[in-house]
Write a protein that binds this ligand. Structure first.
Ligand code: SF4
Ligand code: SF4
Length: 100
């Protein structure tokens, strides 16, 4: 947020910085818009161990009633951690290029 000033301010008049003045501000930052790789989830292969849910740094794995339901691409940044952590026997997540 930028502010317009009519006259120079003293340091005492400057607003305090580094403050978060509302809750859940991270919801506004959709990390999916700069992704170059995308995880593709195969529901048939998934064993619902939820390792991906635990490790996803963007909380982009969606879960309902203890089972994985998909990936929220608004927040998935394509880091690939979920694909790496997914057990090899299941191998339910593949990383593909974003344009595919
Ligand atoms: S690629 Fe990264 S950000 Fe996206 S769902 Fe997997 S772990 Fe989360
Ligand atoms: S890590 Fe793999 S098998 Fe486990 S819940 Fe996630 S997608 Fe499914």
């Amino acid at each position: 947020m930028s502010m317009k000033f009519d006259k120079p301010m003293t340091w005492q008049e400057l607003p305090a910085g580094c403050l978060i003045d509302e809750r859940a501000t991270s919801l506004h930052f959709k990390t999916g818009d700069w992704r170059s790789m995308r995880p593709l989830w195969d529901a048939e292969k998934c064993i619902h161990c939820l390792f991906c849910w635990i490790t996803c740094p963007d909380t982009a794995i969606t879960v309902q009633d203890g089972k994985m339901t998909g990936i929220d691409y608004d927040y998935c940044k394509g880091c690939g951690i979920c694909a790496v952590i997914c057990p090899p026997k299941a191998s339910a997540i593949d990383m593909v290029r974003e344009e595919k």
